[in-house]
Ligand binder design. Structure first.
Ligand SMILES: Cc1cc2nc3c(=O)[nH]c(=O)nc-3n(C[C@H](O)[C@H](O)[C@H](O)COP(=O)(O)OP(=O)(O)OC[C@H]3O[C@@H](n4cnc5c(N)ncnc54)[C@H](O)[C@@H]3O)c2cc1C
Length: 424
């Protein structure tokens, strides 16, 4: 939903204003943390600019796409989060910024622009799905980087269920129910695992035979889940096979059409629905804002999360190129870093407001969990491998902690019930 027409942005009040661009994990966390740290006596206001009325909770997309259809899905309404706080939500987008005049210009180019002055600007505009120039991919594949993507997959699955139910020939039915996921990273494995575990039940519910289902994961590299240790990759493969998924590795996708995937080896795979989970790229508009960007288009920042050369602009989350000084590596696009960068940035903004020195962000990673079906996972925490129900419990616990952080007990409880309902 886009509430742009019903919620005009507030006029300039003359107070110091923190403008946050993006209401995803990073932007929402930054605004909530500022709201918690500032008191009503502080002469400062916080404006969050986000085109969607609800947060796109990306890490639950597999459940949105494959679970039972629900009107609310995994969305977190920003008006609920910020009700009763000093944060104003403006349902719009940053079009461009004027760094010399400290002005963020809102609104799509076709409409009248609004200028909003800022004292500090936090850019948290995230990333979008990456689609490489493989012939046919852009036309035929569904990407997985928004609730709209997940709903599109949900609709395509339903259409294929309806089609399969009308087909007399078994081979044709199996072809109609052949679903492929390309990309063996965490996103692809989560989608394919959830499909393999949940679709048989959904098929039984509509009178289809789960034996006709064919779920497949295709990865060009020799193994899936490269970020995890070898033994964890093997566990994930074993679990996917147990759920009935086929795994094709070491063969690149050369082209696709409406019914077939063509691999570099010459092999062809029937597929009626194709999901592409081959990665993400930073918000493509961010590079046009006149700030330094790296070769991938992420905005370069220093250890304080400030945009290179700009003392009044912070960049956080997926759109930020934050280099971890200890490892020398760029932080990956993960919610856990987006959230921690945002909390740290909010604390630094409050320090600046109070005339105190700001401190560098020191990233740490305590664990990582990948679901392989909604009730089983693999990953690691505190240096140890974890798998099975415990891993999935820890993964879901991180969501609950996030909901608690941004919306308190009521939101955490409501969203937990919603998530459990989606898993059934
Ligand atoms: C399927 C999937 C599963 C994932 N699972 C995990 C996981 O298990 N664990 C994990 O740590 N990470 C996971 N991630 C990654 C995680 O979701 C991202 O790292 C995280 O969303 C980054 O947060 P962000 O705030 O930077 O960006 P986002 O959450 O993407 O938010 C960016 C926001 O900016 C808004 N925006 C864009 N342009 C503008 C503009 N011009 N003006 C104003 N607003 C704008 C967008 O509408 C969006 O709401 C997953 C991602 C996907 C796609």
């Amino acid at each position: 939903m886009n509430a742009q027409t019903t919620s005009p942005c507030p006029p300039t009040s003359g107070r110091r204003r923190v403008v946050i661009a993006g209401g995803g994990y990073a932007g929402t966390t930054c605004a909530v943390t500022l709201a918690n740290k500032l008191s009503s006596r502080d002469d400062i206001e916080v404006l969050i600019v986000e085109p969607h009325a609800c947060q796109q909770a990306l890490s639950e997309l597999d459940l949105v796409a494959v679970g039972p259809p629900r009107p609310e899905f995994c969305e977190l309404w920003l008006t609920n989060v910020f009700r009763g706080t000093p944060v104003t939500v403006c349902y719009n987008r940053i079009d461009h910024i004027d760094v010399d005049w400290r002005v963020a210009v809102l609104g799509p180019r076709s409409e009248a622009h609004q200028q909003v002055e800022y004292w500090r600007l936090v850019l948290a505009t995230g990333a979008v799905a990456f689609v490489p120039p493989v012939p046919g991919l852009a036309e035929h594949a569904i990407t997985m980087w928004s609730v709209a993507d997940a709903q599109r997959l949900q609709r395509r699955i339903d259409e294929q269920f309806h089609l399969a139910a009308t087909l007399a020939d078994r081979a044709e039915r199996v072809r109609a129910l052949s679903f492929s996921v390309v990309g063996g990273g965490a996103t692809g494995v989560e989608i394919v695992g959830t499909m393999a575990q949940m679709l048989p039940k959904r098929m039984r519910d509509v009178g289809l035979d789960p034996a006709d289902l064919h779920v497949r994961l295709v990865e060009g590299r020799p193994e899936i889940l490269y970020d995890l240790r070898k033994e964890q990759r093997a566990r994930a493969v074993a679990r996917l096979r147990k759920l009935g998924a086929e795994i094709v590795v070491g063969d690149m996708v050369e082209s696709v059409d409406a019914t077939t995937i063509h691999l570099a080896s010459g092999e062809t795979l029937d597929t009626s629905v194709l999901v592409f989970c081959g990665g993400a790229r930073p918000d493509p508009h961010a590079v046009s804002w006149g700030l330094e960007a790296d070769s991938s288009g992420r905005l370069v920042c220093d250890t304080m999360c400030k945009a290179s050369g700009h003392d009044d602009i912070y960049v956080v989350g997926d759109v930020a190129a934050f280099r971890d000084e200890k490892s020398g590596r760029m932080l990956p696009m993960l919610a856990q870093f987006a959230i921690r960068e945002a909390e740290h940035t909010a604390a630094n903004i409050v320090r600046e407001f109070r005339g105190q020195p700001i401190v560098p962000f020191e990233p740490t990673m305590h664990g990582e969990f990948v679901s392989v079906g909604p009730s089983w996972g693999v990953g690691w925490m505190l240096g140890m491998n974890v798998s099975g129900v415990f891993a999935i419990f820890m993964k879901r616990l991180t969501y609950v902690l996030y909901w608690f952080k941004v919306g308190g007990v009521r939101l955490a409880w409501r969203r937990t019930r919603e998530m459990l309902a989606m898993q059934r």
